[in-house]
Design a protein around this ligand. Structure first.
Ligand code: WAQ
Ligand code: MG
Length: 238
């Protein structure tokens, strides 16, 4: 069955406002285009003067993977969040504390840090931008669940991304902190740990935010291609 990628980006005076991506069946394409442009027109960040919607047939097999199971840590403050994250990373890298320090000082990146587990080195080609994960969607959005068409929640989006990222054999774990000043729940994720929500991962009002993937590979090119380009549909948790 042929699937289509539908991508939207909006801007005002050349400055990015919002973006979205879906992987859907052919019959859904018109509705999804309409829903995306409608959301772009009413985005909280302001009125766009340009909206670009791109529809592309996916001419290859789409990988279907299960969602990571969701759990939530008990975590009262950022000190506890730091302990939870570092404890999760310690078995994977001798540089766990450095990973935390790095992630809690970056901001305004569009993509993720690739953190080399054995050495703590950064592997992403552009440190200011990071590696942006695209070409993924929730499988439930493709037909079976009409309510998923109108818009997805933040947690669903994050779970889809985390499940795709964790699926690659070179990825040992991911840590995520939202860049929204008033959204203070982050997560640490891996195939072993699942998607572990971490409340109070940053102080309320902080503009800090980013993603860090702990990886074990010396040649990140294949991993980057997978993250950016391999189409993946994420189904229900197993
Ligand atoms: N690929 C790689 N990195 C990304 C991407 C992407 N597609 N999108 C965002 N990032 C990076 C970028 O550095 C952002 O600054 C940072 O992640 C945070 O992005 O269960 O809202 O979109 O309640 O602000 C987690 C939900 C929400 C936790 C995360 O991230 C929960 C969130 P945001
Ligand atoms: Mg954000």
């Amino acid at each position: 069955m042929a699937l289509f990628s539908v991508k939207m980006r909006s801007s005002a005076d050349g400055t990015h406002i919002s973006g979205a991506e879906r992987i859907v069946e052919k019959y859904e394409v018109p509705d999804v285009c309409a829903a995306m442009s409608k959301r772009a027109m009413t985005h909280g960040k302001g009125q766009p003067d340009a909206i670009t919607v791109t529809v592309t047939a996916i001419d290859r097999e789409v990988e279907r993977i299960p969602a990571l199971p969701i759990a939530e840590a008990r975590c009262a403050d950022t000190a506890e969040a730091r302990d939870i994250v570092i404890n999760a990373l310690v078995p994977l890298t001798p540089h766990a504390a450095e990973a935390w320090n790095l992630l809690t000082t970056v901001r305004d990146m569009r993509g993720a840090i690739l953190f080399h587990a054995p050495t703590g080195a950064r592997l992403e080609p552009d440190h200011a931008r990071g590696v942006r994960v695209t070409s993924m969607d929730a499988a439930i959005a493709t037909g079976e669940r009409p309510e998923a068409h109108s818009g997805k929640t933040r947690v669903t989006d994050a779970l889809v991304l985390a499940s795709k990222v964790a699926h690659h054999p070179a990825v040992l774990a991911e840590v995520c902190i939202s860049d929204d000043p008033d959204y203070t729940t982050g997560y640490v994720a891996s195939k072993k740990l699942g998607y572990l929500r971490v409340p109070n991962i940053k102080p309320d009002g902080s503009p800090v935010g980013g993603r860090l993937f702990v990886v074990d590979t010396d040649e990140p090119a294949d991993l980057i291609t997978f993250l950016e380009h391999t189409p993946v549909l994420v189904g229900e948790a197993e």
